[in-house]
Design a protein around this ligand. Structure first.
Ligand SMILES: [Zn+2]
Length: 510
């Protein structure tokens, strides 16, 4: 905001468009508007339908593992240097600020919907299930300007993102770009997007849009052509090459997504993770097979003699595969661990995709220096305040530890003091269910509090005892039974090992 106000002239924010459900497009909202201005209706917040569920499910429900993998993808711990982080692929670097969330006040549901905000007419096209599960693009007739959100960018995007997310639909993606061409192509004079630079001129913009459309269509079609001939996803990834007309354009290069992992993603989207070969159907987890591989290969010393030759010959992909078994077999062996780090670095330097590079270099970093200081995963205060209770309870359900509640039958009536909202929270069969507008006739306990306090309590940002002392919580019923509540929920370590074996596996399983 400071940058925009400084260079474009200071002006008030009179509306916010959230184009899609990714954190880099919504989590900074508290930096541009206040909750009070949104609540009072002064500033409308427009977002695509299903935004709230998709934003919170993708970023919170699997949030800890996704965050951990994202540190690899975006190279947060790497230092900027020719042998460290160069870019994130999508941009120069990640924002390291705090996150926030506001429930939108206007849901955009239909293509062709027109809204006028502060005198500016905005025409929307829905593009769900493409780059993000909930997304729209929009056209500004007054300026003949098309904003493609993140549907197009100046590189090949991710059909599957390596931080981990559901696989995206490359065919729908391509079709949505085509629909944008049909809806706005005859009118636009400029095309811009949430990341990267605009394209001026209708002819130039249309050529760009059609080649981005065909990029995703080509990857989709050719993956399935080869899949239908019986090739596995790894074999397909080795074979698919872009034709010159597409691959020759800088904006179609794999700086962010790569052709190699996007083809595999299309395969998984249609056929799932199983390759159809029954020998892989019931495979051992690596923690169990690694030692057997090492033994069958003649032991660590024999492996090291041969693998050094392969390393010098530049067979880095193979060296990484073999040494991964050795490190998973015994992480204390310094020489294989160091050689694997050297190998991953070489793979990183050879990568066109920044996420690939960052993944390889972060793996090397973990092998050389171990894990950074860890703390328990916790949602930020900003997310806690904005998250609807429904999503909060779903997150609690994901944290429930079955070993702690095998015999447990708990029914808690929640009554909000700041709204008419009521919830029944029940734990039975080692499953937590939350029912809106429902109350138990024979509850274990009834809790009365305001919504924010309930949220903060369940997020661990405050405790029931503190809330009672502050007069923000009253409890009727079996206090003893409630005391157990604090023991039932798992905590997630923010920095778990990725290229080295986990320790304390037994505890983690419970
Ligand atoms: Zn983005």
């Amino acid at each position: 905001m400071d940058l925009a106000n400084k260079y474009l002239g200071a002006r008030e924010v009179t509306g916010v468009l959230i184009t899609h459900s990714h954190a880099d497009h919504f989590a900074g909202i508290l930096g541009v508007v206040t909750v009070a201005d949104v609540d009072s209706g002064k500033v409308p917040v427009l977002a695509p339908e299903h935004f709230v569920d998709e934003a919170l499910n993708e970023n919170v429900l699997a949030g800890n593992v996704m965050n951990r993998r994202a540190t690899y993808m975006y190279g947060n711990l790497l230092k900027p240097s020719p042998t460290g982080i160069v870019t994130t692929g999508l941009g120069a670097a990640l924002s390291m600020g705090t996150t926030g969330f506001i429930v939108p006040t206007v849901n955009i549901c239909n293509s062709g919907e027109v809204h006028t905000i502060d005198g500016v007419e905005i025409e929307f096209q829905m593009t769900p299930g493409t780059e993000a599960p909930a997304e729209f693009v929009f056209y500004l007739p007054k300026f003949k300007a098309l904003c493609m959100s993140e549907i197009t960018s100046h590189h090949l995007h991710n059909v599957y993102t390596l931080r981990g997310a559901q696989v995206r639909d490359a065919l729908a993606w391509s079709q949505q770009i085509n629909e944008s061409i049909e809806l706005f192509g005859a009118r636009l004079e400029i095309q811009f997007a949430c990341h990267h630079w605009p394209i001026w001129g209708r002819v130039e913009a249309l050529e760009y849009l059609s080649k981005q459309r065909d990029l995703y269509k080509f990857i989709h079609d050719q993956t399935l052509r080869l899949a239908n001939k019986g090739f596995t996803k790894e074999e397909i990834a080795e074979r698919v090459q872009l034709p010159e007309a597409l691959g020759g354009e800088f904006y179609n290069r794999g700086y962010y997504g790569s052709l190699h992992h996007n083809t595999r993603a299309v395969y998984v989207k249609y056929l799932g993770y199983f390759d159809g070969n029954p020998s892989t159907l019931y495979a051992l987890p690596q923690s169990e097979s690694a030692s057997a591989y090492v033994e069958y290969m003649g032991g660590v010393d024999a492996i090291m003699v041969r693998i050094k030759k392969d390393f010098l010959a530049g067979k880095y992909r193979w060296v990484a595969e073999v040494l991964n078994h050795v490190v998973m077999h015994n992480v204390e062996l310094v020489e294989p661990r160091a050689l694997l780090a050297d190998t991953l670095e070489q793979l990183g330097y050879q990568s066109e995709s920044a996420p690939w590079r960052n993944f390889f270099l972060c793996g090397a970093l973990e092998l050389r220096h171990g894990l950074p200081e860890s703390s328990k995963y916790a949602a930020s205060e900003g997310i806690a305040q904005g998250m609807p209770l429904k999503n909060l309870f779903q997150l609690m359900a994901v944290r429930l530890m079955p070993s702690k509640c095998e015999q447990l039958s708990l029914h808690i009536n929640l009554q909000m003091t700041d709204s008419s909202s009521q919830w029944l929270l029940s734990i039975e069969n080692s499953v937590l269910n939350a029912y809106e507008n429902k109350q138990s006739a024979t509850p274990t306990a009834t809790l009365k509090s305001d919504t924010l306090s309930i949220k903060r309590m369940f997020f661990g940002l405050t405790s029931a005892v503190t809330l009672v002392q502050e007069d923000k919580l009253s409890v009727d019923g079996d206090l003893q039974a409630l005391a157990v509540l604090g023991e039932l929920f798992d905590a997630f370590p923010r920095r778990f090992p990725i290229v080295t074996p986990r320790v304390g596996d037994e505890a983690a399983m419970k």
